[in-house]
Write a protein that binds this ligand. Structure first.
Ligand code: ATP
Ligand code: MG
Length: 426
């Protein structure tokens, strides 16, 4: 036998048993984003490598080791499968001059690609929904984004998520802190792994993000950035917190929260849960005031976040969230050529009336067809046989719960199916 081809490790199929939950989640996210006036933007899955190197920073996990980068054979250009959406959103906004008449609220969704070690909650192709507010200095728009996510968790029925906040201050604050941090960390170089040694002078802040257990105490006692924050950033952070308190958003300040990417300044935040093991961050973001200029635009502030759909779906399962899923209205069974013709016509009429109909295909006797109808998600069977064709009627058989089989006109059948329409649960 020929060997079967398998999907690439860390890149998952979504089967019909998963897709209703995903679709429900996606519809809810879109609806909430829309409620806050965010507009959708779609950009390509492949971009020039330089876009990500320039925006994320050379010394970040993504650029150092996670990007799917390849050379376009046709012209030798270096291309990369997008690992995140912020860089592309800004690239597209600048390319199409979207900011010419003022700030913009934008959102995106779709697959992202990172060459990571696959494990629960961490995949090589994963999916994000993200949004970006371009041209807003904040902190109002940061508060709005956080309030929006809190609403989303309520809509989704997700509990046990905690908001963590921090401020990274301005560039000067980070520079002073950086000097102190290098001095402090240099005394512990014996405990460093390869990553930390390399980062000591290039990106020491990232060492605070390290998951290396031998560094736990070193990290805990490291000088915290919060002590170096400039007055303006401090005020900005205070105002954000006041807005959150005014809208009853509970948060904790985590001085160790530095985020993985270079482009952040001032506010950073993460929504985390303890229910998903070590991959507990479901949503993360912050402010990136220098990024638009860094990508060739006129200086303009920005902030945004991205959430991981796989982790949200897992958390929905952990939280036993029931998602309504449409069932099929009727499964049409038929036997004989005349009945088949009548069944085709009736199925189209029922669809004209807005019903979801599965028409039996592939022949077989009534018994086997009704078995299929039972096994399907349909609420009714519509039965067409010799008798029905002669009488111009059909038999309507409820497949779920009580109710007798009746022989009725098509229009009556459509009406009763419509009346009994409810939505089942997964
Ligand atoms: P982590 O620290 O878990 O690697 P990150 O800081 O790299 O996360 P971001 O770039 O901020 O993640 O992406 C935003 C969100 O996207 C994360 O909070 C997470 O929910 C999700 N995410 C990131 N990487 C993956 C992945 N490889 N697989 C599944 N989801 C992911
Ligand atoms: Mg990561």
């Amino acid at each position: 036998m020929t060997e079967k081809i398998q999907a690439i490790r860390g890149m998952n199929d979504l089967l019909p048993s998963d897709t209703p939950r995903w679709a429900w989640l996606e519809a809810n996210i879109r609806a909430v984003f829309g409620q806050y006036g965010y507009q959708e933007i779609r950009f390509p899955i492949v971009e020039t490598t330089g876009l990500f190197v320039r925006s994320l920073g050379e010394v970040t996990d993504i650029v150092e080791k996670e990007m799917y980068t390849f050379v376009d054979n046709l012209n030798g250009e270096s291309l990369t499968l997008r690992p995140e959406g912020t860089a592309s959103t800004i690239r597209a906004a600048l390319e199409h001059n979207l900011l010419y008449d003022g700030p913009k609220r934008l959102w995106y969704s779709g697959p992202m690609f990172r060459h990571e070690k696959p494990q629960r909650g961490r995949y090589r192709q994963f999916h994000q929904f993200g949004l970006e507010a371009l041209g807003f200095p904040g902190p109002d728009v940061e508060a709005e984004q956080i309030i929006l996510t809190a609403r989303l968790w309520r809509e989704l029925g997700l509990r046990d998520v905690e908001l963590q906040l921090n401020t990274l201050g301005n560039a000067d604050a980070r520079a002073s802190h950086r000097a102190k941090l290098i001095e402090y960390l240099s005394a512990h170089i014996d405990k460093f792994g390869e990553d930390e040694t390399r980062r000591l002078h290039t990106n020491p802040l990232r060492i605070l993000d390290s998951k290396n257990p031998t560094l736990k105490n070193v990290i805990a006692d490291a000088p915290t950035l919060l002590d170096y924050i400039d007055a303006e950033s401090r005020e900005h952070f205070e105002r954000l917190q006041a807005l959150l308190r005014a809208t009853n958003i509970v948060y904790t300040i985590n001085p160790r929260l530095v985020r993985g990417l270079d482009y952040y300044n001032r506010t950073v935040f993460e929504w985390v849960t303890t229910k998903l093991g070590s991959q507990g961050t479901i949503c993360a973001g912050g402010r990136y005031d220098g990024l638009i200029e860094q990508l060739g635009g006129k200086p303009a502030p920005g902030c945004g976040f991205a959430m991981g759909v796989e982790r949200l779906v897992e958390l929905m399962k952990e939280s036993n969230v029931n998602t309504a899923t449409p069932t099929v209205d009727a499964y049409v069974v038929h036997q004989g050529d005349g009945a088949q013709q009548a069944a085709f016509g009736a199925a189209e009429s029922a669809r004209d009336a807005g019903l979801e109909i599965v028409l039996h295909a592939g022949g077989g006797n009534f018994k086997s067809q009704l078995k299929r109808a039972d096994a399907s998600a349909a609420r009714y069977a519509m039965i067409f046989g010799e008798d029905e064709v002669t009488s111009g009627k059909l038999s309507l058989k409820p497949l779920r719960g009580q109710g007798e089989q009746t022989t009725i006109d098509l229009s009556q059948a459509i009406e009763s199916i419509k009346q009994g329409r409810t939505h089942g649960c997964i």
